[in-house]
Design a protein around this ligand. Structure first.
Ligand code: SF4
Ligand code: SF4
Length: 461
């Protein structure tokens, strides 16, 4: 027998107040597999800041030096356009995954789910017991037992939130800064400390109090998924063809009922307190705990497992499952092509940045002997991973390059700005212009920069 459709999520009460759910703990194949994935992801998250490739971090978005290190490769602010194809490629990959596998990200890999279900919840269960004991304790009058358990839980939550924040910061500052400078004297780094304290508190509040509400009411990804999914999308689905009409079979009339025995276990284990039998819902994070719970019930009743399973409406209603569909293929092809463009741009990007700019003020001055002087700045950044020796020259016999240094060495990532002047006889100008090419040779490659020197339109003026 169908039940009335819930008007609002079970975790939201009158006036939008959160109703804390007490989802029953459950084990099963989906939970085990998700746990395995979660441990792998947690391992990656905490390990990556420690990994170096030939002295360069595996991944670091260095806020102090404004550089990105990715897989040991260095990128600087003027490399940002290189990442445009990568970002669009990721967007298309998200389209492909969502169109085919629904909210697989939410249930299996989203940091909110991974930390909440596999880090914070186990701490809660350890200290406050399973769901029914927790509920009993929370509803009972104040006791010291309740107080110490809650206090210790929140203290551990705070420590975990701080550890997550420190690791997150290491992605931006490097692990050495966290270990040596920040941990040594955090108050000496007021900005970093401010970020650490506020981000830790936000994380603590999210995992201690806001919890599933982040997915239910705040996550933007959940909201735009409905335009990406269709009848063929694989998601955690209740097989209503097999399950209805619901009810506990009586011995003499078992044929009247479908496979759903109306035990409500699927609802009791749901972390967002929804009933998957009412169809796909915005609040469903695709964790498949209801599928694990239902499989156990089916086993007890000696019925085939999978009344709730990863499936699609098309499969259940029409027996027509097509995970690989034209839109999936198109999304994947576009994503792959854009990724190849990104790889090509990375491979071809110059290993040095050279900017030749005029100094402010007058564009040129004319000497008494008629020579013209143009004033410039040249800025050279070594974007390579190794130190490099640079030589600057011009191949124009009319022009004299006047610079404090025409040969210099730069460490990896180092930036140097040198004022340079170009001296040229006034008669060399045509219509007040003289084209010039400046060459910067780094030993491996010569980079040529064109500029137009300014001078008098008519010589002798
Ligand atoms: S766990 Fe399975 S059998 Fe029990 S109510 Fe849910 S769908 Fe029906
Ligand atoms: S309905 Fe099932 S898959 Fe969806 S959130 Fe609840 S338990 Fe997880």
């Amino acid at each position: 027998m169908s039940e009335a459709i819930q008007a609002r999520p079970g975790t939201i009460g009158d006036g939008g107040k959160r109703i804390a759910p007490y989802p029953t703990e459950i084990s099963g194949k989906f939970k085990k597999n998700r746990q395995f994935v979660a441990w792998a992801l947690l391992g990656l998250f905490f390990l990556i800041p420690w990994v170096n490739i030939q002295g360069f971090p595996l991944f670091q978005f260095d806020v102090f030096e404004r550089k990105l290190t990715l897989l040991g490769q260095l990128f600087w602010p003027n490399d940002v356009p290189i990442f445009v194809p990568l970002l669009i490629s990721v967007v298309f990959m998200v389209f492909a995954v969502t169109a085919s596998l629904g909210r697989i990200w939410c249930g299996w890999a989203c940091p909110e789910t991974v930390f909440l279900h596999f880090v914070f919840n186990p701490v809660q269960e350890l200290l406050e017991g399973k769901a029914h004991i927790r509920k009993m304790r929370d509803e009972a009058p104040f006791s010291l037992d309740w107080a110490w358990r809650k206090s210790l839980k929140h203290l551990i939550y705070l420590v975990i939130a701080a550890l997550i924040t420190l690791t997150f910061m290491a992605y931006f500052t490097g692990i050495q800064f966290i270990l040596r400078d920040f941990a040594g004297d955090p108050l000496n780094h007021s900005m970093a400390f401010g970020f650490f304290a506020s981000f830790s508190l936000i994380l603590y509040w999210t995992f201690a109090f806001f919890r599933e509400q982040l997915c239910v009411i705040a996550c933007p990804y959940a909201r735009f998924q409905s335009v990406l999914t269709d009848r063929q999308t694989l998601q955690v689905t209740y097989d209503h063809v097999r399950g209805e009409p619901r009810g506990k079979p009586k011995k003499e009339a078992s044929a009247v009922f479908g496979d759903c025995v109306s035990c409500n276990q699927c609802v009791k284990v749901c972390p967002t307190s929804i009933d998957i039998r009412q169809g796909p819902q915005l609040e469903c994070i695709g964790c498949a705990l209801c599928a694990d719970a239902c499989d156990q019930i089916m086993e007890t009743w000696r019925r085939p497992k999978g009344l709730i399973r990863y499936s699609s409406d098309a499969k259940i209603l029409d027996h027509n499952e097509k995970i690989i569909r034209p839109r999936f293929i198109i999304y994947c092809i576009v994503s792959a092509l854009l990724f190849l463009v990104f790889m090509a741009l990375v491979a071809l990007r110059p290993r040095q940045q050279v900017d030749l700019t005029r100094q402010g003020g007058r564009p040129y001055i004319q000497m008494e002997n008629g020579d013209i002087i143009n004033f410039y700045h040249i800025r050279v950044r070594n974007k390579d991973r190794s130190d490099r020796e640079y030589k600057m020259k011009i191949n124009d016999l009319n022009v004299e390059l006047i610079a404090a240094e025409t040969q210099f060495k730069l460490k990896s990532g180092e930036l140097k700005t040198i004022p340079i002047n170009f001296k040229i006889p006034g008669y060399s100008f045509q219509n007040g212009k003289h084209e010039l090419v400046v060459e910067i040779d780094n030993g491996a490659k010569i980079q040529k920069i064109k500029t137009t020197l300014a001078g008098p339109v008519k010589y002798g003026r």
